[in-house]
Design a protein around this ligand. Structure first.
Ligand SMILES: Nc1ncnc2c1ncn2[C@@H]1O[C@H](COP(=O)(O)OP(=O)(O)O)[C@@H](O)[C@H]1O
Ligand SMILES: [Mg+2]
Length: 392
């Protein structure tokens, strides 16, 4: 059995690092190098005993080895070298990015059964995941990057979560917009830390939402940072740094505007899956998912579904539709619901919400309120893009 020594060792690490700093500021370079060597050895040991941080510890160890041998220190974010010697600071900085990257890990309990319709898309996604896991001839390479594109609310995030949930993979939920704005200028360091973390926690799925935000905005002052992040992601996708190919590390990117991606980006995402608006059967399935445990026998689901298709509703629109219909029913059956707010919570928990079977009238108002943002012209554009660039 492996014992987690990381706590003990990291205390030791802090101590030796301090001794290194002291020797350095006292001008005793021989001692400083010796201490740097001790730090490096300890980091290698920590890498061995903590698989979840293996890549990370080894990477910092390389830096300390360079210090010990008086060589230039590799810079954390780039493959180039900086002239100045790295002190404890940049190691701390790297630790900071690593922690931020780790904080993007979310747990996914979503399963394929939570997704209505999208049979073909689900099959393609399952195939992608299975191929990555199976033993196979060396020439057959699993997909590393998959692009999910389609109108908003069609289930792209849901599909990525289901892939992670079914594999029990570590799921990194990355929103391009927030990574760019929050860590402006340093986002590419975060991306590096992210992929290190993902490698350590494999099997991992890195989900990059709003992917178009990374290739847009060319020309204005965000473009430099944006380009760096994008190229950092693409480098990791190429997987040159990923020698242990037996670890599953899948990058899923989602976009509502695939035509904004340039060909260099597209070439790194050879598998591009069109997540369409739901057809009639899919609408019925999605509604059933979002009205679980309610009596829907009085409803003519196929007729409702037909109407949803005509209105170009997405999965999200359908969810909202069902929610509003349910609220209509709840208000109908529980006239003075708000008055119960006077009761202590423990008393509330003993009572039951009154429900009745859902009926067509519950949907009337909801239909009036929910408008799909997708136009016929949009759909044509998706279809056309799909014909040219869609799934292989
Ligand atoms: N195919 C679907 N089946 C069930 N629910 C769906 C489906 N598509 C969308 N939804 C609902 O709408 C919500 C938003 O979907 P999401 O996956 O975020 O869409 P996208 O990422 O494509 O914009 C989901 O959390 C889910 O509740
Ligand atoms: Mg989404």
């Amino acid at each position: 059995m492996k014992v987690d020594l990381s706590g003990v060792l990291s205390g030791e690490l802090d101590r030796i690092r301090k001794e290194y700093e002291e020797a350095k500021s006292a001008g005793d370079m021989d001692l400083a190098r010796q201490k740097a060597r001790n730090v490096a050895d300890l980091l290698r040991q920590m890498a061995q005993s903590t698989p979840a941080r293996q890549t990370y510890f080894n990477k910092i160890a390389v830096k300390w080895e360079a210090i010990a041998e008086g060589r230039p220190v590799p810079h954390p974010a780039t493959s180039g070298y900086t002239a100045t010697e790295s002190s404890g600071d940049s190691v701390d900085e790297e630790e900071g990015f690593r922690n931020k990257a780790d904080s993007l890990i979310t747990k996914s309990d979503v399963t394929w059964n939570d997704i209505g319709g999208l049979e073909r898309v689900k099959r393609l996604m399952m195939e992608t995941v299975v191929i990555a896991g199976l033993q196979k001839p060396a020439a057959i390479k699993p997909w590393k990057g998959v692009l999910l594109f389609g109108p908003p609310g069609t289930g792209k995030t849901l599909l990525a979560s289901a892939a992670a949930g079914s594999l029990q993979a570590t799921f990194y939920d990355v929103k391009s917009e927030s990574v760019l704005s929050k860590y402006f200028g340093e986002s590419s360091k975060l991306i590096s830390a992210l992929y290190d973390s993902a490698r350590d926690h494999a099997p991992s799925i890195v989900f990059i939402d709003e992917f178009d935000a990374l290739s847009q905005a060319r020309g204005d002052n965000t473009s430099e940072a944006t380009r760096k992040v994008l190229s950092s992601i693409l480098t990791h996708l190429d997987g040159l740094q990923d020698k242990k190919s037996d670890r599953l590390l899948l990058t899923l990117a989602a976009t509502n505007t695939p035509w904004e991606l340039d060909t260099a980006v597209l070439s790194r995402f050879p598998r591009r899956i069109y997540v369409t608006l739901p057809d009639k059967d899919a609408c019925a399935e999605i509604m059933a998912i979002h009205m679980k445990e309610l009596d829907v026998k009085k409803l003519d689901l196929p007729v409702l579904a037909e109407e949803c298709v005509e209105r170009r509703y997405s999965g999200r629109d359908l969810q909202n539709l069902c929610q509003q219909a349910m609220w209509h029913m709840i208000h109908d059956k529980n006239q003075n619901l708000h008055k119960l707010a006077e009761l202590p919570f423990a008393d509330l928990q003993k009572r039951k919400l009154k429900v009745r079977p859902l009926q067509r009238e519950d949907f009337d108002e909801a239909f009036d309120r929910i408008h799909s943002p997708v136009t016929k012209a949009d759909l044509k554009r998706f279809d056309k893009w799909n014909e040219t660039y869609g799934e292989v």
